[in-house]
Design a protein around this ligand. Structure first.
Ligand SMILES: [Zn+2]
Length: 109
């Protein structure tokens, strides 16, 4: 399967779910099946679709259920470390090598 075909199928399906205001529980079940199926056929461009629909919980949940999270990607200013945790995490930032730095919460800014 050509990579962009997976993205097109996925994004089109999400549009239909949104346009028809499908309830979130049902949408998540449908997307679980779709994400799993696309991954089996080698889809590896999930981050783009995940970013596109980051505000739509059924997409975020379906990806998480299939091992793909929306990454925090916060950058540590002195070393350029990139956080590997899921966006919105409540523990300190950490990169893939285990380097940790303090999470500045909104009320501390
Ligand atoms: Zn982080």
């Amino acid at each position: 399967m050509h990579q962009t075909h997976g993205t097109r199928i996925f994004d089109s399906t999400v549009q239909v779910l949104l346009e028809n205001k499908i309830n979130h529980a049902t949408a998540e079940k449908i997307l679980n099946i779709l994400v799993n199926g696309l991954q089996i056929f080698g889809w590896a461009e999930e981050q783009g679709s995940l970013e596109n629909f980051a505000d739509y919980p059924p997409v975020v949940n379906a990806f998480r259920n299939n091992g793909v999270i929306l990454q925090c990607l916060a950058e540590e200013e002195n070393h350029g470390w990139i956080c590997k945790h899921e966006r919105g995490h409540d523990i300190d930032h950490e990169d893939h090598l285990g380097n940790k730095w303090k999470l500045i919460r909104d009320h501390e800014k």
